[in-house]
Structure formats: C-alpha cells, structure tokens
Design a protein around this ligand. Structure first.
Ligand code: PGA
Length: 247
C-alpha cells in the first residue's frame, strides 16, 4: 500500500517525514532505521535533530544502517556519506559509533565489505523504517536502472547522470567517484515500512514514473509498488505529475 503525504513546501514535508522517524523511534524498544543521504535529507535530519532536542526523543536504543557509500573515498573525506551522516545526524544526536552502520567505501576488498554489511543486516533482523530519496533516473540507494537488479549489498558502477547530479557537492566533476557500495533492492523491500522523500519540480517526472508507471528494473523505484507500506513525502512541485493517484 502506498500513502501520499503532499505538502505545499519542502519544509512542511520534511517536518512530516521527521515526525514519522521520531514516532518510529519512540514506539519501539530497539528501533532499526535505514538511513539515506543526499540533498533531500539535509532538511529532514535538521528537523529530526530539532524534534529530538525539543521533545527529548531517546535515540540510545536505535540502530542505523545507511543505504550506500562511495567506493574509494576515505571515511573522513568531506563528501563521504559517513561524513554527511556525522555532520547532519550522528553528531547532533550524539549517537554512539556502534549504533551506526555504513558500508565502508575504503575497504580493501569491496566484495568482502558487502558480505560483512549483509551479515550485519541479517543480525539486526529487520529494518523498521527505511528512508529513501529518489534519483532523477529512478535509482534508490545507488541501485541504478539496469536490465537486472541485485538483492543484497553490492558494488555498482555509477551512471553518468548520477555522477553529474552529485558533482555539485565536489570541487570538480572528475572527483565524483565512479563506483559505490549499495544495499540491494531485496534488503530495501524487506523493510517493514518505507518513507520515500522527494522535493522539487525536477523530481516530478521520475516520481510519477516510479509510483504510477510500469514496474520495471529500468526504474528501480517502481519496485516500491510491490511493497505493503510505503509513505511518500513530497512537496507540491515533486508531486505535480501524480494527478491520478492524488484524486
Ligand atoms: P538528492 O539525491 O536528495 O541529492 O536529490 C536523491 C538520490 O539520488 O537518491
């Protein structure tokens, strides 16, 4: 089942997404969160940090798993997703390092690292709430459009459009890594609940394809239509193509 939460502004949609994360953490004795990065989540995490401070939400029982990480970047590189998470969420919330998991993009053997990550996920047993952004080409995590998709954590070759979209965060386009480690589609779909967040007119077409188009590996996000509990948080601009679904 897919539930749409559409707001006039991205700030309002970020607040609603943050409230769902906070509710999940408060409701469960040992919450497991699947976390995402990207421009979309900067505002969501800022709101979550604000909520945690004002409402005293206890994150000490939470465990987190991030979707993905660039291959070849040292953990402390300013553009690693590890650095992003420390800056926007782990640091401000005061999470302990042992609570927070990301694939290590600098691991000497990426295949071993993917197996280590899947073992950690299996040990956690389930993800209670998986956060997702959506790429302009329909990727979720770094599961790029392809003729086939992988279930578990794996190394991916980033598409030129993904490297271009993310070049804005790097000093020069050539610095954007060419590969990443990402959780697979199987792990994402096993989450109990999924929150997909999308903002801006540039996401309108792909959001409509993902939610209302055919289910196809050409648009990995379209596989979310097979999941039983997906909440979509969007601003009006990103939701502009969802006409039939919103009526
Ligand atoms: P963005 O990335 O939030 O920076 O638009 C979304 C994604 O690629 O998943």
């Amino acid at each position: 089942m897919m539930k749409l939460h559409i707001y006039d502004t991205r700030e309002a949609a970020s607040e609603a997404a943050a409230a769902l994360i906070a509710e999940t953490v408060q409701a469960l004795p040992a919450p497991v969160l699947g976390l995402a990065t990207g421009g979309t989540f900067v505002g969501v995490y800022a709101e979550l940090v604000r909520l945690a401070r004002t409402s005293g939400i206890d994150f000490s029982r939470a465990t987190t798993f991030n979707l993905d990480e660039y291959a070849g970047l040292p953990r402390l590189h300013p553009q690693s997703y590890y650095s992003y998470m420390v800056t926007h969420l782990f640091g401000p919330l005061g999470l302990r390092p042992e609570q927070c998991h990301l694939p290590d993009g600098s691991a000497p053997d990426p295949a071993d690292e993917c197996a280590r990550y899947d073992a950690l996920l299996a040990q956690a047993g389930r993800i209670d709430l998986q956060l997702l952004g959506i790429g302009h080409n329909g990727h979720i995590g770094f599961n790029e459009p392809d003729h086939a998709l992988r279930s578990g954590t794996h190394v991916v070759e980033l598409k030129p459009e993904t490297r271009e979209a993310n070049a804005r965060f790097f000093a020069s386009p050539e610095e954007v890594p060419t590969q990443a480690l990402t959780m697979g589609i199987g792990s994402i779909l096993q989450a109990r609940a999924i929150a997909l967040v999308a903002f801006g007119a540039d996401k309108a077409d792909i959001l409509a394809r993902a939610l209302a188009g055919p289910i196809t590996t050409d648009c990995p996000a379209s596989l979310l239509q097979t999941h039983g509990d997906v909440r979509v948080f969007a601003d009006a601009a990103a939701a502009a193509g969802l006409g039939a679904l919103t009526r």
